[in-house]
Unconditional design. Structure first.
Length: 178
């Protein structure tokens, strides 16, 4: 992250996406999903000595954007059901937010690494984001987490024949000026 100073960023500056994948013997009927969290904010401090990131994510703002694969396209009802199941699995009634706080930020030409602690579903775990500058002033940070590391049971259907893979991908895209 090349821009110096203190910044508060959120959906007006980019997007936070979660990608899920299907597995199991009935995986062909399910969908790989792209979900967007529309309510999030991050405080970013960049100076000569260090960089810090602290983000808050409103899990209740999860929206199903796309579903690829499957035997039929996602309907509006499918999208509502998936969002409901995700909120239920994340227990957003009792833990509506996730939090990420950096511990180490390493900058390199064209990107870097942000290491820190992700608090999700009442559990704290190390989490790492790889950052790349996709074009001048535009950054993409990607990381992978396992749901079970946070006490989240991946969704299953058809008596376990269709499963949501334990590993999900997180992607944040941010523009320096929006």
């Amino acid at each position: 992250m090349a821009f110096a100073g203190q910044h508060q960023i959120g959906p007006a500056h980019g997007k936070l996406v979660v990608r899920t994948f299907r597995e199991g013997i009935a995986a062909g009927v399910g969908h790989d999903l792209t979900l967007e969290i529309t309510g999030w904010s991050a405080d970013l401090t960049v100076d000569d000595d260090h960089t810090e990131v602290a983000a808050t994510i409103d899990l209740g703002t999860l929206v199903v954007r796309t579903g690829t694969g499957g035997v039929k396209p996602l309907s509006d009802r499918d999208r509502r059901d998936i969002a409901h199941n995700a909120r239920k699995a994340l227990d957003t009634d009792h833990g509506p937010t996730a939090r990420f706080v950096s511990t180490t930020v390493t900058q390199t030409d064209g990107g870097g690494t942000i290491e820190g602690t992700l608090t999700l579903h009442g559990k704290d775990n190390p989490f790492t984001l790889q950052v790349t500058e996709t074009e001048p002033g535009h950054y993409r940070a990607t990381g992978t987490l396992r749901q079970t590391d946070y006490g989240i049971k991946p969704h299953t259907a058809f008596f376990g024949a269709l499963k949501l893979a334990d590993q999900v991908e997180i992607e944040v895209e941010v523009a320096e000026s929006a």
